[in-house]
Design a protein around this ligand. Structure first.
Ligand SMILES: C[S@@+](CC[C@H](N)C(=O)[O-])C[C@H]1O[C@@H](n2cnc3c(N)ncnc32)[C@H](O)[C@@H]1O
Length: 352
């Protein structure tokens, strides 16, 4: 049984759903398998909700024409009463981290069509990915767990690092960094609904002090969902004040960060999982990484070898990066189970 914050909480050992399969979805799975026409049709559908064509749209003169939203960037405030973001949420555990049950969130969102309406759009298009409309952030994707495993295997150091979880979805990568003493952690997702309904609640859930004083946000494994009813969830201010949350298209978010009045220092570490499925986004992704990464920083990118239907994948992305001649790439891990998965480290070719 799962539990709800601010509501009745009962002990149940089966909460420890430490299997990666639980909420995982793959673009290569049947649900995602579309032919390229299908993918283009989805992109074309997205136009109805979109503004201008991307200036760099290489399909400008091709048929069918593809246009994508430049979804405006927005910073999401953390509510003063953090209990608010966990209302009506069911919290479970995966890889020692708390996360909100996505099905419950989806049901809630379906109940009232507001905001981006991504759940009903996703349901009616039978897809977990609608280019330019919904980019898949509600679910936790497989490569997120590859990166979490990689952090442990390599004993990656986060202390005093500035970190960006780019295309964060559930935000688990940023949350691990936060709990391992990163100085600053920023989260970005394309969809504001994902930030409000999934990323922020997950972050709060992992900062929360339960009735036993555990789950205190240090590097110890977080406790299972607490056995006692939470009278009042308190968030550790020092942890949450390290976080900022952004939604919007990559180049827009990058611009917002760089032009904001708030102090901003480039990131030591950028994590990005399952974000290279669509070659149409490579240019924006590349430019965002090059604008936001510190000159001595590292990007850790996790991806499947290939994304059927959408066309992107590791080799195409590496070729793109090579042609741009800004970053060097190094494959640091290959997970050779079924469709191969990769972890790639990127750094500027010229650093200090
Ligand atoms: C397949 S989801 C992966 C989510 C998460 N990283 C994971 O592994 O579970 C891809 C993510 O990339 C982000 N994304 C994809 N294309 C984007 C774009 N053009 N601009 C901004 N974000 C984008 C979306 O926010 C989305 O959450």
């Amino acid at each position: 049984m799962a539990f709800q914050f601010n509501f009745s909480i009962e002990e149940n050992e089966s909460n420890e759903a430490d299997t990666h399969d639980k909420t995982e979805l793959q673009l290569g799975s049947p649900k995602h398998e579309q032919d390229s026409t299908g993918a283009s049709r989805q992109a074309a559908d997205a136009v109805a909700d979109c503004g201008p064509r991307l200036p760099t749209d290489k399909h400008q003169d091709a048929t069918p024409k593809k246009r994508f939203c430049l979804k405006a960037a927005k910073e999401h405030d953390i509510p003063e009463d953090v209990n608010q973001v966990l209302e009506n949420k069911v919290v479970e555990m995966v890889s020692g981290l708390r996360y909100v049950n996505v099905s419950v969130v989806e049901m809630t969102l379906l109940g009232g069509s507001r905001g981006e309406d991504i759940v009903s759009k996703s349901v009616s298009s039978h897809s977990d990915l609608i280019p330019g409309v919904y980019e898949g952030g509600l679910k936790i994707w497989e490569c997120t767990f590859d990166l979490i495993d990689y952090f442990s295997e390599t004993e990656m150091q986060f202390t005093d690092k500035t970190v960006l979880d780019l295309g964060c979805g559930a935000g688990l990568l940023g949350i691990v960094a936060l709990r391992r003493k990163a100085k600053v952690v920023h989260f970005q997702d394309y969809n504001s609904t994902v930030i409000d309904e999934i990323t922020l609640p997950n972050t709060v859930a992992n900062c929360i002090v339960d009735g036993n004083g555990t789950g205190s946000g240090d590097d110890r494994k977080i406790s299972k969902p607490p056995s006692k009813r939470l009278k009042k969830a308190k968030c550790l201010p020092d942890l949450l004040t390290k976080c900022r949350f952004f939604s919007g298209e990559w180049s827009e978010v990058s611009q917002l960060l760089l032009s904001s009045n708030k102090p901003f220092s480039k990131y030591d570490l950028i994590f990005t999982s399952e974000t290279i499925y669509n070659p149409d986004y490579y240019s924006a992704l590349h430019d965002t990484l090059s604008q936001l990464l510190d000159k001595n920083g590292r990007v850790y990118l996790a991806s499947k070898a290939h994304y059927f239907g959408v066309g992107g994948g590791v080799h195409l992305f590496e070729k793109f990066i090579e042609e741009k001649n800004v970053f060097r790439t190094n494959t640091v891990k290959i997970i050779d189970k079924g469709l191969k998965r990769f972890i790639i480290e990127m750094a500027f070719k010229i650093s200090s």
